[in-house]
Design a protein around this ligand. Structure first.
Ligand SMILES: [Zn+2]
Length: 362
């Protein structure tokens, strides 16, 4: 396995060492931290959100501000998601928020504004943003959705992927000199191995630079859909990168990296940080307890002089005690979310570094 795994993804704004965890900067910011904080935490790439950015600050503003890289001061790779997952989330929350047709997705904003996202528009936006990896618009499902819903989603996802590919070629024909972004197709099919296989085969036939595992990745009890996720990885050659979309719990990142997934993104580590759930890695995983959660708001941490994680080299752990963090949290000082976010992200980049070593047999 070690011999054939993809170790690096070379992109227009730099290389990603694989596996890589990409924090989510939904609206062009990883909340509470700036681009320099991210670099210092070892972050190599970010995921930004096409659907949210088209509403705020809006695509014309992003264009005037020089594209996502210049606007956010982030010089590394940016993966933009297609908006498919947000469509799924909003519409499953309340069907009145919008609808999905063969032509694309229509959303109704609470304020009354309507947004339409077609496969073509999703690609045009991602190209205009200057993304390093463009993701095809997909029709996302929950694994518990009925078979006919899953079948329709696969059919639509494949049709949309072809339209996205054609639109990317059209868009690139007009720009010269800039390095082309990669285009990823997303594999849907819910919990059905047969549908996952059908979707993967159709997308492989169309030919993409990489692939994503799409759809809600957990079952009704919140457990990772291991069998389906592992099977889906096996459908795609190891020489092609595969993104486990939305997967970011440290334990799930470890499990999926061992299955051969290369890229991960999730808002979980940064959201956990802001809610004072901090991660600590144990030096050895022999006890099975390699990950601990440190709840910085707990009263028992008031007088803890040690950092959150003695093995961590982040800007938070190098200088500040857990007791001081607890104090900042209780004060509600904005320094708390910044330090906590830096720490959890550094934990994720340390974790992926350990995984790289393990997968190379080190
Ligand atoms: Zn730390």
């Amino acid at each position: 396995m070690a011999a054939e795994r993809l170790r690096q993804l070379s992109l227009a704004h730099g290389d990603l060492r694989l596996p890589a965890f990409l924090p989510v900067a939904t609206l062009g910011v990883v909340r509470a931290v700036d681009s320099r904080d991210l670099e210092r935490a070892g972050v190599e790439g970010l995921v930004m959100n096409t659907f949210h950015l088209m509403q705020r600050p809006g695509s014309s503003t992003i264009r005037v501000l020089g594209g996502l890289h210049r606007m956010t001061g982030w010089n590394g790779p940016i993966v933009t998601d297609s908006g498919g997952f947000q469509a799924y989330s909003l519409i499953s929350e309340n069907p009145r928020n919008g609808r999905i047709t063969d032509n694309g997705v229509v959303f109704r904003h609470p304020g009354g504004r309507r947004f339409q996202l077609t496969p073509e528009k999703s690609v045009q936006l991602q190209l205009a943003y200057g993304a390093d990896v463009v993701i095809c618009l997909d029709d996302c499902t929950h694994p518990d959705a009925p078979q006919e819903v899953q079948e329709a989603a696969v059919r639509r996802t494949v049709a949309w992927a072809k339209r996205c590919r054609d639109e990317l070629e059209r868009g690139l024909a007009h720009r010269e000199g800039r390095r082309r972004p990669l285009l990823f197709g997303v594999i849907q099919g819910g919990a059905s191995l047969e549908l996952r296989r059908r979707c993967a085969e159709s997308l492989l036939e169309l030919g993409f630079d990489g692939y994503g595992y799409g759809g809600w990745p957990l079952d009704a009890e919140g457990r990772l859909l291991r069998e389906v996720i592992e099977y889906t990885r096996e459908l795609v050659p190891r020489t092609l990168p595969m993104h486990a979309l939305g997967i970011g719990h440290p334990a799930n990142v470890v499990a999926c990296a061992r299955m051969g997934y290369d890229l991960f993104d999730s808002a979980m580590p940064t959201r956990d940080a802001r809610h004072a759930r901090l991660y600590a890695l144990s030096a050895s995983s022999s006890s099975g307890e390699w990950l601990r959660f440190v709840y910085a708001g707990d009263a028992r941490h008031v007088k803890v002089e040690a950092p959150v994680d003695t093995g961590c080299d982040c800007a938070c752990c190098e200088r500040y005690s857990l007791g001081y963090l607890h104090h900042l949290f209780k004060l509600g000082d904005p320094l708390f979310p910044r330090l906590a976010t830096i720490h959890n992200l550094r934990t994720m980049t340390r974790l992926t570094a350990m995984l790289r070593e393990e997968l190379d047999g080190g």
